[in-house]
Design a protein around this ligand. Structure first.
Ligand SMILES: NC(=O)c1ccc[n+]([C@@H]2O[C@H](COP(=O)([O-])OP(=O)(O)OC[C@H]3O[C@@H](n4cnc5c(N)ncnc54)[C@H](O)[C@@H]3O)[C@@H](O)[C@H]2O)c1
Length: 342
């Protein structure tokens, strides 16, 4: 009969340090053999670490420690992020868990990955165990997912990246809660620039003083089809022949009427002068082929004008391809020692 080998109790005293990647396999071997009359071998240590459900990759001396990543949301942005982590060794990251409420999306992504993550979930059940396996949690799911996954991750001392940045504008008190936990735990919260450019200049300008920030979003008229505010205003989108301003107001008000603009308005508000001082103009323009964002900033530094003509993501036309790329660029800035740009 083959003897079933489980998790021996002696390894449990090192479990916390192993999960936090604070100890090497060789250290466990050395400490354990100091306590034993009959020494154990390094292969025994790696086997029991595996049996405990922990990976020992990066736990050997001289082996590069990879940043262990969990991704919530396997849609347009999540899939691009996972493929980048899987395919770019230089990122120095490894995927440990995937979570999505649509199992078929996880399955499709899982099949496309070379190195398969260990944990697959469709909700936040068993989240504590999933969080123990990672250093960084990337939220690219929905506003609701920010509270559901980001807050517990920060409470466990994990770093986080948030793509559904609109939640920080729309959910009262959420930004302050995230700020307070991350300060207490000493964890970073990464918010990529997403579908806009110019966040670097806006952040720099804010140091010297900003006088105004204005975002103009332009789309073909039919891009606003089904919008409740447009309907209530009695605007006939089909009869628009030259550009027409549909809305002018501050960012907080804009996202209520044009939720599709929420992430861009939130990123600009957070980087600059807040959601009540950031002005938003929404224009239906028959000559626009794509979703165009123009950002104009006036400050002590001078004037900044940026125009982004976004190509929609193939997997989700509501999402700009640039948003996924900006998340991957942020991952690069986390793992590379030299950081270019503000
Ligand atoms: N920062 C930006 O500029 C920017 C730009 C585009 C999109 N976004 C935001 O990023 C997020 C992802 O965008 P996308 O285009 O990849 O969306 P998507 O719809 O293609 O994918 C989202 C995935 O998350 C899953 N999901 C949603 N809520 C979940 C939950 N609570 N638990 C588990 N799974 C959940 C969905 O099933 C879906 O598969 C959205 O919130 C979107 O608004 C941000």
């Amino acid at each position: 009969m083959v003897k079933k080998r489980g998790v021996p109790p002696w390894i449990l005293k090192y479990k916390g340090e192993i999960e936090r990647r604070e100890i090497k396999v060789e250290d466990v071997l050395e400490m354990e053999n100091r306590l034993r009359e009959k020494p154990i071998k390094i292969s025994t240590v790696t086997r029991v670490i595996n049996a405990m459900g922990c990976s020992f990759a990066g736990l050997r001396r001289g082996e590069e420690k990879k940043i262990r990543v969990g991704v919530v949301g396997c849609g347009a942005i999540g899939s691009e992020i996972c493929k980048a982590i899987d395919g770019d060794e230089d990122l120095g990251m490894e995927l440990k868990f995937l979570i999505d409420k649509h199992p078929e999306r996880i399955e499709r992504l899982y099949e496309s990955l070379g190195k398969k993550p260990d944990i697959i979930k469709s909700d936040s059940s068993g989240l504590a165990k999933s969080l123990a396996a990672v250093d960084l949690v990337i939220e690219c799911a929905s506003q609701a997912a920010v509270r559901e996954f980001v807050i517990p991750a920060l409470k466990k001392g994990k770093e986080v990246m948030i793509l559904s940045v609109g939640a920080l504008l729309c959910v009262p008190g959420l930004f302050e809660e995230i700020e307070s936990i991350s300060k207490e735990k000493g964890c970073k919260v990464y918010i990529p620039s997403g579908a806009v450019a110019g966040i670097d200049g806006l952040k720099s300008g804010a140091i010297g003083g900003i006088h105004s920030v204005e975002l103009t979003t332009r789309k073909p008229p039919l891009g606003f089809e089904g919008n409740k505010y447009v309907k209530e205003k009695g605007i006939d989108l089909l009869s628009i022949e030259k550009e027409k301003t549909l809305f002018m107001g501050h960012a907080m008000e804009a996202v209520k009427h044009f939720p599709e603009n929420v992430n861009v308005a939130a990123s600009l508000s957070l980087a600059g002068i807040g959601s009540e001082a950031t002005k938003v103009k929404i224009v239906a323009d028959p000559s626009a082929a794509e979703n165009v964002h123009e950002i104009e900033v006036h400050g002590e530094f001078g004037k900044l004008f940026v125009r982004v003509e976004n190509v929609p993501s193939i997997a989700n036309p509501k999402t700009s391809y640039l948003a996924a790329l900006s998340a991957i660029a942020t991952l690069k800035s986390i793992s590379y020692p030299i950081r270019v740009g503000t």
